[in-house]
Design a binder for this molecule. Sequence first.
Ligand code: ZN
Length: 131
Amino acid sequence: MADRKEFTSKTRKAALARSGKRCEAEGAWYGLPAGERCTRDLAYGVEYDHIILDANSKDNSLENCAAVCPKCHAWKTANRDTPTAAKTVAQSLMGMKTRVKAKIASPPKAEKPAPKPLPPRRNLFQRLEQS
Ligand SMILES: [Zn+2]
């Protein structure tokens, strides 16, 4: 994974000004109904989200910066900011600035599934070879 780069203060200020101090999270990408914007008041907390994951695009431009409320950011982090999710949806998200497509919607998951522990295969083989 590449180092996570952050937006410059200039970009953050511009994004906040663009948002009108209202959460810019929109559509299924942030767990909202398609085409619906959050608009929560950012006076209670604002976070700056890479709309397209920077691990894939390395895009820290204003166009890729969304001023969102902590709730929306947390939802996206939990449900979208994984390499698997990003790979499958990043391509179709390139047009998010103009239109959020309903087909990227998927049922929200409460939590990331915990990785399953690996079965003790080596021990099993050793036992079989000995017998
Ligand atoms: Zn929000």
